[in-house]
Ligand binder design. Structure first.
Ligand SMILES: Nc1nc2c(ncn2[C@@H]2O[C@H](COP(=O)(O)OP(=O)(O)OP(=O)(O)O)[C@@H](O)[C@H]2O)c(=O)[nH]1
Length: 366
């Protein structure tokens, strides 16, 4: 899955967990005299959280970045050499230091002080990182949970099968988190954070007989892009999307480009017009600062040359005799949008089928 999704972090995480399992099975204490577990346990339980931390903190470079892959390989080889050296040379001071228990008389707690500290440090820093990250991924959250699980498994490693079972659960968590992330990427528009066209089409399946659809388009957006640049255009798209996302009783989608769709399930057009008017006015009144240093939202200084505002046009429709399916209603709403543009923009137009046409069709059917 990592290869398929071009993500190296999950692969490295699982490789580290796998290596811990291999090391413990290979050096399993067959005889009490074996010195291996007493050295191996503190070393491995210290290195695992540091590895999980390292793989999560390094930037995701995909699976085909040769220099990054070489760096990762070098890090693994260095660690293997370090463990081998510890096992063979046994520098006692080191071993004593990393084996230092949290409390000397704790029978149920096996993790050393150094290892516990490493788990705490990794969990704390990764949680902080999650707080500041803009694009949250389920996988990133799952790493914190995996740290917790592995701390538990290593603490119980003397009990048969615990490490193997927990490691399998970790594998499952990684797979599930990747599936969630892939789903999120497929359905969410990266720029605005709104759901995209695929999600919109799927929402149509859940609509009953009564619903309303509005098509929204930013006015003169080409002009805006040409005057202020594509980055400023992107900023406007984000702000407009965030206002549309506050819609009450409906859901906002990015239809594509500078067009958005609002779907109101179980609502008639009369019930949603006021809400659409509120959104139209809110967007027209929003002062957008193009200077990156003054992102503060304020409506005080409307004459600031670096502050701009945009307007939207909207078309609204609901099912009727001529437009029975959601995609037909959407096209009908788009016709309303076209009329709103022609009528001078910054307007809401409600598309209504001509009554004569509807009656004529009914009589033909009869
Ligand atoms: N910055 C930015 N621009 C986009 C994006 N997607 C589409 N556009 C731009 O949106 C503009 C759409 O322009 P038009 O369809 O000609 O319409 P308009 O200028 O909004 O004019 P009216 O709809 O008639 O008011 C084009 O210039 C596209 O390049 C995007 O993701 N980011």
């Amino acid at each position: 899955m990592s290869l398929w999704l071009n993500r190296i972090q999950p692969l490295l995480l699982l490789l580290s967990v796998l290596l811990v399992n291999v090391l413990f099975s290979y050096f399993a204490p067959l005889e009490q005299v074996s010195i291996a577990p007493s050295v191996l346990f503190p070393v491995v339980s210290l290195m695992l959280p540091l590895n999980l931390f390292l793989w999560s903190i390094l930037p995701e470079k995909g699976v085909q970045n040769r220099s990054f892959n070489s760096l990762v390989l070098a890090l693994f080889v260095l660690q293997a050499m370090f463990v081998y050296w510890l096992m063979s040379e046994l520098p006692l001071q080191w071993i004593e230091w990393i084996s230092l228990p949290v409390l000397s008389d704790l029978k149920l707690y096996h993790l050393s002080f150094a290892s516990s500290l490493a788990f705490l440090f990794a969990g704390f820093v990764l949680s902080l990182k999650l707080n500041y990250e803009k694009q949250l991924r389920v996988f990133n959250h799952s790493v914190v949970f995996i740290l917790l699980l592995m701390a538990f498994a290593l603490n119980q490693y003397t009990q048969d099968g615990v490490l193997a079972w927990v490691s399998s659960v970790v594998g499952l968590i990684v797979i599930l988190s990747l599936v969630f992330d892939a789903h999120h990427i497929a359905y969410t528009d990266e720029l605005t954070g709104l759901k995209g066209r695929r999600a919109l089409n799927e929402s149509f399946m859940g609509l009953g007989k009564r619903y309303a659809i509005a098509m929204v388009d930013i006015d003169h957006f080409k002009n805006f892009n040409d005057t202020y640049g594509h980055d400023a255009g992107d900023k406007v798209l984000k702000i407009v999307a965030s206002i549309l996302d506050t819609v009450q009783g409906g859901k906002a989608y990015r239809y594509g480009g500078e067009e958005f769709t609002l779907v109101f399930a179980n609502k008639s057009v009369d019930k949603v017009s006021t809400e659409l008017e509120r959104l139209r006015v809110a967007i027209a009144n929003e002062v957008i600062y193009l200077n990156p240093k003054s992102n503060a939202k304020s409506t005080k200084n409307k004459t600031d040359p670096k502050s701009v505002s945009v307007t939207i046009s909207l078309g609204l429709a609901e099912p009727d005799v001529d437009h029975s399916s959601p995609s037909q209603v959407l096209k009908f709403a788009d016709e309303g949008l076209y009329k709103a543009k022609k009528a001078g923009r910054n307007k809401l137009v409600h598309s209504v089928s001509k009554p004569i046409r509807a009656t004529a069709k009914k009589s033909v059917k009869k």
